[in-house]
Design a protein around this ligand. Structure first.
Ligand SMILES: [Fe+2]
Length: 386
């Protein structure tokens, strides 16, 4: 077979493309999810133990199913006593349990998790999941695999068994802070080494190969955010009152992600509490958002169209740069998990964010961001989000 021939695409004088053709919001209703869980419970156990179904947007390419262009969400079920076989991959994930109890083993880290607990999966770390209870263990998994598939570099490896302990895990008594300090020192040493990076012209630097193949590194921790603790802090945000213009949420922050404010290097997970009858201001952001509403009910307006939702619904709420806002109904408070590909967009310097439509957007992460009207107190510094 002959080699494929590359060619030139003439774009001379081509106008800037118009706005992207965003994927429309879609909702998976709680009863549809329950029916899919029941179906997954009824099938014969697959050889790798993975009873799994992907929430698929009708616009997703057949070869790369996903719910947003860069976010894949799977519904994963294990019957009592079942485990998945070990696997690792270059994608990173957020896990969120919605029913039952399980044990998540990621490398040397073991988490016992239950309903509404969240955790992260670092890249290329072998893991298994086991149902430790007497009812189905059901979880959502949010993955950045679609982007890696687009780049044709998503590597996935099934393993015969979980490997022995990693020698580079945190030694006894060491902490992530120690690891960060060590990395800072290593970074400083690199900058001052005989092969160091140095200025060529005004702020334009030259970096040698020795640093290119040994960038400052941090151990990537496998963390868990137990719902009980998250909820107790979240419920205190209800006291912010009716005049508060921000979002009552906490980001499940993984310190590895530094300035990009992530749970993984690609995604943040936030959990929001909405007291009854709270209507957010319309806003928009380049990051896509997927919300799982697990208590209460309300509505969203996205691109001018209104969508009602209730407990148990999973929704693509913010596709691309569409203007949107959310509101809680009278009656009960709302709890929701939001996954956004915000850290990835901060790293790419593509995170346009317009918090107030009367003011221009800003590139978060490289320009000053926005503020709320919350009074600053020690140890409770507010954060943009939602
Ligand atoms: Fe939003």
């Amino acid at each position: 077979m002959s080699d494929p021939r590359p060619f030139f695409t003439d774009v001379s004088g081509a106008p800037a493309p118009g706005e992207p053709d965003y994927w429309q919001p879609v909702i998976f209703r709680g009863d549809e999810i329950a029916a899919e869980i029941a179906r997954l419970c009824d099938i014969e156990r697959p050889a790798d133990g993975r009873r799994s179904s992907l929430f698929t947007h009708p616009r997703a390419p057949e070869s790369s199913p996903s719910l947003a262009p860069g976010i894949r969400v799977s519904l994963d079920v294990l019957l009592p006593g079942e485990s998945t076989t070990p696997r690792r991959h270059t994608s990173t994930q957020v896990g969120f349990a919605i029913a039952g109890t399980g044990r998540v083993r990621i490398g040397d880290t073991v988490h016992d998790v239950g309903r509404y607990d969240a955790w992260n999966h670092p890249s290329w770390r072998p893991y298994t999941v086991t149902n430790t209870g007497d009812e189905p263990f059901v979880r959502f998994t949010y993955s950045n695999a679609p982007l890696l598939e687009k780049m044709n570099v998503h590597l996935v490896e099934d393993l015969a068994e979980m490997p022995e302990a990693r020698p580079d895990a945190f030694p006894d008594g060491a902490s992530e802070d120690d690891a960060a300090d060590a990395a800072d020192e290593a970074g400083d040493a690199r900058r001052t080494s005989p092969f160091g990076t140095f200025e060529l012209a005004d702020r334009a630097m030259l970096m040698p190969y020795e640093t290119l193949i040994n960038p400052p590194s941090l151990p990537s921790p496998a963390l868990v955010w137990p719902w009980e603790g998250v909820k107790s802090h979240l419920d205190q945000l209800e006291a912010l009152g009716d005049t508060y213009i921000g979002r009552r949420l906490y980001l499940l922050y993984n310190p590895l992600t530094g300035r990009t404010n992530g749970t993984t290097p690609s995604f943040f997970a936030t959990i929001t509490i909405r007291p009854p009858s709270i209507v957010d201001r319309p806003h928009r952001h380049v990051s896509a958002a997927i919300n799982y509403f697990f208590h209460g009910s309300g509505w969203s307006r996205v691109g001018g169209k209104r969508y009602e939702w209730g407990a148990g619904d999973l929704m693509l709420t913010a596709p691309g740069w569409m203007i949107h806002h959310h509101a809680s109904d009278d009656g009960d408070r709302v709890y929701e998990l939001t996954i956004q590909d915000q850290p990835l967009n901060i790293a790419m310097e593509s995170l346009l964010w317009q918090e107030n439509l009367k003011h221009p957007p800003r590139v978060l992460g490289s320009e000053d961001g926005f503020a709320t009207n919350r009074a600053l107190r020690p140890a409770t510094v507010g954060t943009a989000g939602g």
